[in-house]
Structure formats: C-alpha cells, structure tokens
Design a protein around this ligand. Structure first.
Ligand SMILES: C[S@@+](CC[C@H](N)C(=O)[O-])C[C@H]1O[C@@H](n2cnc3c(N)ncnc32)[C@H](O)[C@@H]1O
Length: 297
C-alpha cells in the first residue's frame, strides 16, 4: 500500500502506522544492515546500563540536550538506534531514517512517537520541515559527503537547527595504511562473514597484540593503528574487557567494510557551509561536530 508522510513529498510503502519503506534495496549499506542485525545491542544504553550513547548525544548537541524537548526531529542514519532511544524520550516526534535493514532492528521502532523510514535520505523530498535534524556517523559513508551535508539542510525549518558530524581525515590523509593497505587488502580477499568469524574468535589476542605495539611505540595510537586495524577503546570509554571486545568487533567491521569512507577536514566543511548560506552556531573542530542553521534572507 502506498502512503504519504506529511514531512516528505515521496510515496512510501506502508508497513505499519509508523514504519515506511522507500528503498527496498540496501544498496551500498548492505554491510551496515548485517552489522546492526548481529551487533545491535552493543551500544544501546538501556540494554547495557551505561550512558555512553546518551553522553555522546549530549556532546553532539553541544551539551544542550534540552534543545530536543517537544521538537519534531529527523534522525538520519539511525543504525541500531543508540541515539533514537534518547531522541524519542525528549521529542514530540522522531522520524528515523536509514538506508540499511538496520531499520528492522532499531531498538525504538515500536515507540509511539517514532516513525521509521527505510530510505536513502538523499532521495527524500522535503515537505513539512523539522525543528531539528540530527546526523551522526553517517556523512563520510555517503558517496558525496558535501552534497549530503547540504541535503541535511533541506529538511530543517528556518529557525531550526542541524547537528551533524563527519569523521576527521587523518593527518596524512588517504595515505594512512587503513586506506592504502588494510581496507583494500581485507575487503578484496576476505568476505565480511569470514572476517567477522575471525574477529569473534581472535579478538582477545588481537587486542593484546595491539596494546603491546602501542606500548612499544610510546603509546602512539597512530602507529598502532598502522600496524593493526583493530578498533580499541581501552582508556577511552569506561567499558569492561568483555564490552571492549564487543565494541572492537563492531567498529572494526564498521571501519573496514563500509563501501564509502570519505572523512574530511574541518576547514573544508566551514568553507562549504559559508558558501552555501548556512550559519555555524557551534563547531568542535577536534571531532568535527557542527550545529548549524539556515541564514535568513
Ligand atoms: C556508522 S553507522 C552510524 C549509525 C548511528 N548513527 C551511530 O552513530 O551509531 C552509519 C549508518 O548510516 C546509514 N547510511 C549510510 N548512507 C545512508 C543514506 N544515504 N541514507 C540513509 N542512511 C544511510 C548506514 O546504513 C548506517 O546504518
């Protein structure tokens, strides 16, 4: 059954009153779908009894989480819903969009004020605008991050805000071994499923080796990352050894198997925003987070 949603001009396949599909195909996000299907719970605060996702959300909102209160929010690239569960606590309505089949596993998909849409967000045609557009961990994984950033701003009201981040380009740019060595090597020769099996089996020893390398090289994250592309959050997040292993598996898969990965430099994003009549309200250049709004004509 085809259906409209007041926020967009597109026609969607209606699965239920709060679940709509524009793209049946996962397209380039197919590995994200697998990732969130098999590792959904790892970053969900309510399941793990921690507040890491809440704290990160608050950081993304420049410590002003109250800004979400009673708002209509568009969340782009929601994954398993680590942020959806908090956005919908505050929001009047939270519309969460993801291209991958992660939408079927979103932890908050049955919440009354949540609407889930399976769609490439760049295909959505704006109709009624949102108070807040939120997009975290997504833009570098789209084919054209700059166009994606501009697209986010099509969905926001004149007096609303867009909050987004984009991963930082390493100092040596795409010469980082992650890009010229590890990713092409692993992606070409090892299927996602096999690499996941390998990680599940060997993660303890891989983390051990990584930490030894790091110690030898004066605690340099950069050098240890060059030797071994395993994501390690020890001393970064306060997680048990068990959870550190789970996060390492999830984020290593995320880091290696994303089809597109175009991290950016902060200054470049500032220039793009300034050249497109977008006002920067807040910017954290260390993790490249922005709060922006449309410039009034
Ligand atoms: C690294 S995950 C981040 C998920 C979540 N925001 C988080 O921070 O945990 C990136 C997500 O963006 C989604 N994504 C990528 N391109 C997209 C697009 N064009 N439209 C909608 N979702 C997209 C992927 O399917 C994936 O679930």
């Amino acid at each position: 059954m085809y259906s409209e949603i007041k926020f967009f001009k597109n026609y969607f396949t209606k699965i239920s009153d709060n679940f709509f599909i524009l793209d049946n195909d996962d397209s380039y996000s197919v590995n994200f779908g697998k990732q969130w299907r098999d590792h959904r719970d790892i970053q969900i605060d309510s399941i793990n009894k921690f507040s890491l996702s809440y704290d990160y959300l608050n950081k993304m909102l420049f410590s002003n989480i109250e800004i979400l209160k009673n708002k209509e929010i568009l969340e782009i690239g929601s994954g398993a819903g680590r942020f959806t569960e908090h956005l919908c606590q505050y929001a009047d309505k939270c519309v969460s969009v993801d291209l991958s089949s992660s939408v079927f596993y979103n932890i908050s998909k049955n919440k009354k004020n949540v609407v889930i849409i399976k769609s490439d967000f760049t295909k959505l045609i704006s109709n009624k605008k949102f108070d807040i557009v939120f997009c975290r961990g997504v833009l570098q994984h789209t084919p054209d991050p700059i166009q994606s950033i501009l697209k986010l701003h099509e969905f926001v009201k004149e007096d609303g805000y867009v909050f987004f981040d984009i991963y930082k380009l390493p100092k040596i740019g795409y010469l980082h071994p992650k890009y010229i060595l590890w990713r092409p090597l692993i992606k070409t020769f090892v299927k996602y499923e096999n690499f996941e099996k390998f990680l599940r089996k060997r993660i303890k020893i891989l983390l051990k080796i990584k930490r030894i390398i790091r110690k030898i090289f004066f605690n340099s994250k950069f050098i240890s990352d060059c030797f071994l592309p395993i994501w390690d959050y020890k001393n970064y997040y306060n997680l048990s050894d068990y959870n550190l292993e789970k996060w390492a598996i999830l984020d290593t898969l995320d880091g290696i198997y994303a089809k597109y990965d175009y991290p950016q430099r902060n200054n470049k994003i500032i220039n793009i925003l300034q050249n497109n009549s977008i006002e920067i309200i807040n910017n954290d250049k260390n993790i490249i987070i922005f709060q922006t709004k449309l410039k009034k004509n």
